[in-house]
Ligand binder design. Sequence first.
Ligand SMILES: [Zn+2]
Length: 227
Amino acid sequence: MRHLLNFHTHTLAKDESENSIYNLMIQDAEAVNNVRHQWVSIGIHPWYASATDWQSQVEVVSEISRLPWVLAIGECGLDRLIEMPLDTQMKIFEAQVALAEHVQKPVIIHCVRAFNELLGWKKKTKLTIPLIVHGFNNNSQIAAQLVQHGFYISLGGALLKSGSNAQKALTNIPLHRLFLENDDKDISIFSLYEAVALKLGISISALEAQIWRNFATVIPSVAPFIP
Ligand SMILES: [Zn+2]
């Protein structure tokens, strides 16, 4: 049985052999004890951020972020397609990043049409924690800029669409900065590893091993538990 890391998913693990980070949404935060058998991330997704009461949402994230099975903060970030102004979104995002820095856990980032803002922010921010842009499906130039500024990039289902941005960007992402995820899609994580291995001309097991190494780099506390 293969043990492939699924870096970001909205689907609960079926059993303990599944190695995934389950994305717990802020509105489901009280369920955090029900998912203690698996790895979890918690964050305020921009779609569910409260314009009037985001501070108390941040407090909930703060409490939960200390739990040992909560490995990361997020997904959180910036989304130009929603109503909330980007500067408000940025405040909410920054509050979560500060929290992540405090507990020394990485941040899983949702970014839609706001890469200039994200890169501009990163250039003036000093952080010690890793930042991972998830579900990336933008052009190769943005991928290269993210890599240059220290981001990790997690690719998802778009990899399976021929000619997609994610497919084209793959060669601009060094293997030591890459993760794979099925996100909210009903696709097997194996199909993504297979597609990447084929495209890069490497074996699935070499890819698997590299992605586990990346995981141990961004989340050193799990290194002893890695298959
Ligand atoms: Zn997601």
